[in-house]
Design a binder for this molecule. Structure first.
Ligand SMILES: [Zn+2]
Length: 427
């Protein structure tokens, strides 16, 4: 009987969400095995010619995950077959997949007895804003709220500075982490908020050193316009929401993580204004990336580590995006490996193990990324962290949010301690 009721509720919720994701009707998602450089090159050429949305770049032991529009599906599959590239259909209809996910999320939320903290859920922009304001108000000796400025659409982009010495002690390194530069990567913002929670509201005995010896800058939503748009219009939106009809009257936004001033518009970008990896007309064309840049430049002397959090794939990546390795490559690997290992030690059995290395060598070449920009201006330890997708990519089941938060915190803590020791050697 209980089952029947639950099935009825799920069916009802499913019906309630039907139609909301019609824009993705007929879109399909495929796993593509990229065993060789030729496979990889072929997929990249198809990415551009068939406007594929690459959800996960492949590696020899991890399949690429790509979404294709219905009108290009046959050509994609035929071309892969013609070149003997193994592939399987992961999702036949993305609209249906998203409707089912909405229903699951709604059922999960209604099953919770108490109101969820914003880091236990996928909070909207206003919930995050409220949380930051409350923390700043409640812990004035520890926390400073900064409004970097408005997004393209006018949302304030706020971050917290957390310090026991009001950012005045030059002997401390700064750890700068940010999230949701890519709008659809929902689970990244809870991780940023949970890090605030652990430092400010729930500091545990083993973490006293992290608060006393390190200053923190935490920016939970780099791209609030895109993020809100994923909640209201297109769940799989990745870019910013800027609109410049004089440049292109059809498509909105750019890939913020290709918009930084480092080897701008060279590799790993698309010249098509409507593609996911379009970098913009010029570096720092977007207010959102300018704010991240300005935080870095303001605190350049003391930021020892920068973590640009993404979802998904279980990767700890560092520069440069053209496959050249910074001079301190061994330190980069050391701290990145400590981060990945600390997370792996807490991971669920079904999750992938983390892989650590240069982003271009492990995955694919890029230019204009936040990771490379930070490294290029002198931040010694700069990383892209790709959180777990649990085989469902951006639609991480809400039951996993707590797990991702707590295991990632362990990685952040481990990297903070090592970063501090390298900072002490530097000053
Ligand atoms: Zn991303």
């Amino acid at each position: 009987m209980v089952c029947l009721v639950l099935v009825a509720v799920a069916a009802c919720l499913g019906a309630a969400f039907a139609g909301r994701h019609d824009i993705y009707s007929g879109y399909s998602v495929h796993h593509v095995s990229v065993q060789t450089a030729e496979h990889s090159a072929l997929l990249h050429s198809l990415e551009e010619s068939l406007s594929l949305d690459v959800w996960q770049h492949g590696a020899p032991d991890r399949a690429a995950v790509v979404m294709v529009a219905p009108q290009h599906r046959r050509r994609l599959l035929r071309t892969l077959d013609d070149h003997d590239v193994p592939h399987t259909t992961h999702r036949a209809d993305v609209a249906k997949m998203l409707e089912e996910y909405d229903a699951r999320l709604a059922a999960w939320r209604s099953s919770r007895s108490s109101r969820l903290a914003p880091f236990d859920d996928f909070p909207r922009y206003n919930d995050v804003d409220e949380y930051l304001e409350r923390i700043a108000l409640q812990y004035p000796d520890l926390v400073t709220l900064v409004n970097a400025g408005p997004s393209w659409e006018g949302r304030d982009i706020k971050y917290l500075k957390i310090s026991t010495t009001n950012f005045t002690d030059a002997s401390k390194p700064i750890y700068f982490l940010d999230a949701t530069i890519h709008a659809r990567e929902w689970v990244t913002t809870p991780v940023a908020l949970y890090s605030i929670h652990r430092l400010v509201e729930d500091l545990r005995a083993q973490d006293w050193d992290l608060l006393n010896d390190v200053d923190w800058i935490i920016l939970p939503i780099v791209n609030p316009d895109g993020y809100e748009y994923t909640h209201t219009n297109e769940r799989l939106w990745r870019r910013t929401r800027s609109y410049r009809p004089d440049v292109n009257a059809t498509c909105y936004g750019v890939d913020a993580n290709r918009n930084f001033d480092v080897a701008f518009n060279t590799v790993g970008v698309s010249s098509n204004h409507c593609d996911q990896t379009y970098p913009g007309t010029e570096a720092f064309s977007e207010p959102e990336t300018r704010y991240v840049r300005d935080i870095m430049l303001e605190h350049l002397e003391r930021i020892q580590i920068y973590l640009n959090i993404h979802s998904h794939g279980n990767w700890v990546l560092y520069g440069f995006g053209n496959a050249s390795i910074p001079d301190n490559g061994v330190q980069l690997f050391h701290v990145g490996a400590a981060m990945g290992a600390a997370i792996d030690a807490r991971k669920l059995p079904i999750a992938l193990f983390y892989r650590v290395g240069n982003s271009a060598i492990l995955l694919y070449p890029t230019s204009g990324s936040a990771q490379d920009y930070a490294q290029s201006i002198g931040i010694p330890l700069s990383y892209t962290l790709e959180l777990p997708g649990y085989g469902v990519q951006f639609e991480v089941p809400p039951e996993y949010i707590n797990q991702i938060n707590s295991e990632t915190w362990e990685g952040i803590a481990a990297s903070a301690r090592l970063a501090r020791s390298y900072y002490q050697a530097r000053v």
